[in-house]
Design a protein around this ligand. Sequence first.
Ligand SMILES: [Mg+2]
Length: 371
Amino acid sequence: MLTIKLSAAAVCSSSSTHFLNPRCRLRFNKRIPFLSNPSLFNPLRPIAECSSFSAKKNSARKMDSSASSRIVAAAEQLKDPDQLIDSVETFIFDCDGVIWKGDKLIDGVPETLDMLRSKGKRLVFVTNNSTKSRKQYGKKFETLGLNVSEEEIFASSFAAAAYLKSIDFPKDKKIYVVGEEGILKELDLAGFQYIGGPEDGDKKIELKPGFLMEHDEDVGAVVVGFDRYFNYYKIQYATLCIRENPGCLFIATNRDAVTHLTDAQEWAGGGSMVGAVRGSTQREPHVVGKPSTFMMDYLAKEFHISKSQICMVGDRLDTDILFGQNGGCKTLLVLSGVTSLPMLQSPDNTIQPDFYTNKISDFLSLKAATV
Ligand SMILES: [Mg+2]
């Protein structure tokens, strides 16, 4: 069993990379970033890991979990996909940057999914994008020539409705929606009453003396997701509901900083809409998308899956990989989306997946190389 000892000198050194063992490269970040950014703190995440899964678990137990000695093991490049495939029964895939890029399928995806299905693996597709419903995502998969059923798709629009269902949100109460079509369709399917959404996109505030904006006192929850038609009316309406309706919930589909509306640049993501309402209400939202564990808990319960039997595959560290780690799953980062190898290996990055590889079809090409 590999035991890792940190000398005082190592702990006190500046942010740098230490090679204590060629198979177990450790990074120590003196600045303790999760204290300034609580979203980075993950109490379930082992703090030191080595190459095999069992060694990782054992070494993690031996490490001091205090903030002053937080270390993160560097991710290992995937070399033996069979070892990973055989160690889990379910693969959860993020979509954009993993399965497709915009409207273009990433090379080798259909063959890779077919291979995993032929090995009896359960496949689930999870996205923080709330602009589409499960049904609409089903159509997108179909258009791209992928045979994926609605039951295998978990979009954050669905997660918002599933969360409200899970807490028995009263059907006689209304939900105010800041977001697009996907959320409305999922709330409809779940039998909830809602107001707002795209139809409030054209509404304006006329600020004349004494003007008071009315709001519906039957609104018991505000759901905020990515919204290309976000405006001041929606911020004010959501704010009035949350601040003035007793017990009104504030639910966010995700807090993603950026999204990829075009491949030319990064665009303000769902976190910007959530941040505006958080700013005016001074309330923290209940997040149902990644990296919150709601969808993982829901999936594990729905499909009777043990979380240790899941591998989360994604292209983003702060949503996908953290989501997998928060759920206690194995994690694989693919470099076919937003995260580059230098970003993964930057000393400032504290989120390290178990493995990384270029794209999911490496499952096939690496297998062929090892035969
Ligand atoms: Mg992605």
